[in-house]
Design a protein. Structure first.
Length: 229
């Protein structure tokens, strides 16, 4: 009976080592690429929010992995803040993340209930963060119905004009229950009524005609200026 001959297969060690080294090299390269940290963070569109606030909300202050960090999760976290209306997070070349933020417009600080009031009518308790808002203070109580209209009108004031108002006082008289007095940073005072509140957006144009005189500007009726003194 013929004996079966078992052929022995020789394992070629060198080619196997090369394949293993290639696989290991590729694995290391992929791992290194995936775990490469964010190199730079750019925040755009903010006026009063500090960059650190946005980065803290996004969870990237410690510069985690560029590729393993989800931009969708970052956007969701940032939009949880009442200070933010919308945000778009984009990846850029050289491991850069760019945050394009649309802030919720802060209108005024309500002294009556110690809140910061925003254009979408959200009110947030005043805290240490209130220092970041350069907005006027409403110094007295406003009846509820007029208060809602007041917020709507304040939302239509241009940001550069809003920054020039220091205090606002609800100051009705016998003829006008919608009357407000605005105290300006430059020392002038302006009377407005709710139906003409947008007139304050022309304050810079009026200011150029006052020749540095200080006084009271009546934009609620008559549109005239009374010099102090």
């Amino acid at each position: 009976m013929a004996k079966k001959v078992v052929k022995k297969t020789k394992i070629k060690i060198v080619p196997c080592l090369i394949v293993l080294l290639v696989i290991a090299g590729l694995s290391f390269g992929v791992y290194f690429l995936l775990h490469m940290p964010i190199r730079n963070l750019i925040v755009k569109g903010t006026t009063y929010l500090n960059d650190d606030v946005i980065l803290e909300l996004a969870g990237v202050k410690d510069y985690p992995s560029f590729w393993l960090s989800s931009t969708i999760e970052m956007e969701e976290k940032i939009k949880e803040s009442p200070y933010v209306v919308d945000v778009d997070v984009k990846r850029r070349f050289f491991h850069i993340l760019e945050f394009d933020v649309e802030e919720n417009k802060a209108l005024f600080i309500n002294n009556s209930n110690q809140t910061v009031v925003f254009a979408d009518k959200v009110e947030i308790p005043v805290s240490n963060e209130a220092d970041i808002f350069r907005v006027p203070r409403l110094i007295n109580y406003v009846p509820d119905k007029k208060y809602k209209d007041f917020i709507t009108d304040m939302a239509n004031i241009k940001k550069d004009i809003l920054g020039k108002i220091s205090d606002i006082e609800y100051k009705p008289n016998d003829y006008d229950k919608d009357r407000f007095l605005l105290y300006m940073d430059d020392g002038n005072m302006v009377y407005l009524t709710l139906t003409k509140f947008d007139m304050i957006n022309y304050y810079n144009d009026v200011l150029s005609q006052l020749e540095d005189k200080k006084g009271i500007l009546y934009l609620d009726s008559g549109n005239h200026f009374q010099i102090k003194g």
